[in-house]
Design a binder for this molecule. Sequence first.
Ligand code: SF4
Length: 71
Amino acid sequence: MRFPLTPQLIDEARRFELRSACRDCLFWIARKQECLHGWPDEGQRRWPLDAPMPDGSAPTEAAFCKEFELR
Ligand code: SF4
């Protein structure tokens, strides 16, 4: 699921210590840097939410995975 990356979302993610990225998910295999289910990275691996995109540009969206399970 994708949402606009608004200043309010960035602020609330910091204040409430949001955990939504693969690195905090039960299904993330850190040593392989991949998802146990084999899901491709559609933006849900990026953390923090406002980290630069691979091309160095500022992100405009946040992606949340429906299968995320907090570890
Ligand atoms: S289930 Fe989703 S959030 Fe969890 S590791 Fe896989 S892609 Fe990332």
